[in-house]
Write a protein that binds this ligand. Structure first.
Ligand code: PAF
Length: 296
């Protein structure tokens, strides 16, 4: 039998912060029993306008309680990556969630999230070793493992992810489908600054000069997409030339792929993806392109 919810469990007029997974599971179970849908927005915090857009997308669904998870997941960081310096700002994250009329913030500690260790994980398959995975071995095992745990803890009807992390979105879609998670994965277009820079929690690490340099990534995507009617080689050459013209961009990869991240077609829908280091900050971006004349 479902225990009735107290004010400390959930308040229809404000945001409630939960840390304990078992308690949150009990709360969302009661909310579902009362006929509410649960929409999950998984984040690592340091929320910005891109996250606000994910939250607003989650709110579009009827009769929904939005749960925003804020958890910097150590499993998805490699030994030489920026786990220690990743921004943590729970207080202002909760303020943003309050402004956005989020129902619940789930902010577990590492111990709350992994009380039994991390022996079991989800393998993303071959795509997990490509693109981001080639530079960040094990990254997507860590992402999919924590996302699967969040799905099990929260039991959402919808889970909302940004297209900025396009490979992540693709792999989460794949996991949900192949492992029969009973939910819809919703992708939301990237939010950009006025000059095209994709919003990212890591942008705060950029100096003013690096911030200018970083615009080169989105500029390359736009330049590539601009010549997409000429086919894949033209797209890649134009984007590569645009990146090469900006000093300070240390390119990791620039690749054209199919929308499901299989090999790029000669014609039709494709995705152009880029990753580069600017100073000490690694940035990623991507854009949809329509190759050839789009007729099959
Ligand atoms: O995109 C992110 O912020 C993270 O990879 C996610 C999905 C919250 C998992 O830790």
């Amino acid at each position: 039998m479902t225990k009735p919810l107290s004010k400390a469990d959930y308040s229809p007029t404000g945001v409630t912060v939960h840390h304990d997974p078992a308690r949150l599971t009990r709360v969302v179970r009661a909310l579902r029993a009362a006929g509410r849908n649960i929409a999950l927005v998984p984040t690592m915090g340091a929320l910005h306008a891109g996250h606000r857009k994910l939250i607003r997308e989650a709110q579009v669904m009827q009769n929904t309680v939005v749960v925003v998870s804020v958890f910097v997941n150590p499993l998805q960081f490699g030994p030489n990556e920026d786990l220690a310096r990743y921004p943590r700002a729970l207080e202002s994250d909760v303020d943003i969630c309050r402004e956005e009329r989020v129902g619940i913030v789930f902010a577990p500690s590492v111990e709350d999230m992994y009380p039994f260790g991390t022996n079991v994980s989800i393998s993303p398959g071959a795509l997990g070793n490509e693109l981001e995975g080639a530079t960040r071995p094990g990254h997507f095992d860590g992402v999919l493992t924590v996302v699967a745990k969040l799905f099990n803890i929260v039991g959402p009807t919808y889970a909302v992810f940004g297209e900025k992390d396009y490979q992540q979105l693709t792999l989460v879609h794949r996991m949900a489908r192949e492992l029969n998670f009973p939910l819809d994965v919703v992708g939301v277009p990237t939010v950009r600054e006025h000059d095209g820079l994709a919003l990212s929690s890591r942008n705060r690490f950029l100096s003013a000069e690096e911030r200018q340099t970083a615009v080169g990534l989105s500029a390359a995507l736009v330049a590539g997409a601009h010549v997409s009617a000429q086919g894949p080689e033209a797209v890649l050459k134009t984007a590569r030339d645009t990146l090469a013209a900006v000093p300070g961009i240390d390119l990791d990869y620039l690749e054209l792929r199919a929308p499901d991240l299989g090999p790029a077609p000669e014609k039709g829908d494709a995705r152009l993806l880029v990753a580069a280091r600017v100073g000490t900050t690694r940035l990623i971006d991507n854009a949809a392109v329509l190759l050839g004349d789009g007729d099959d």
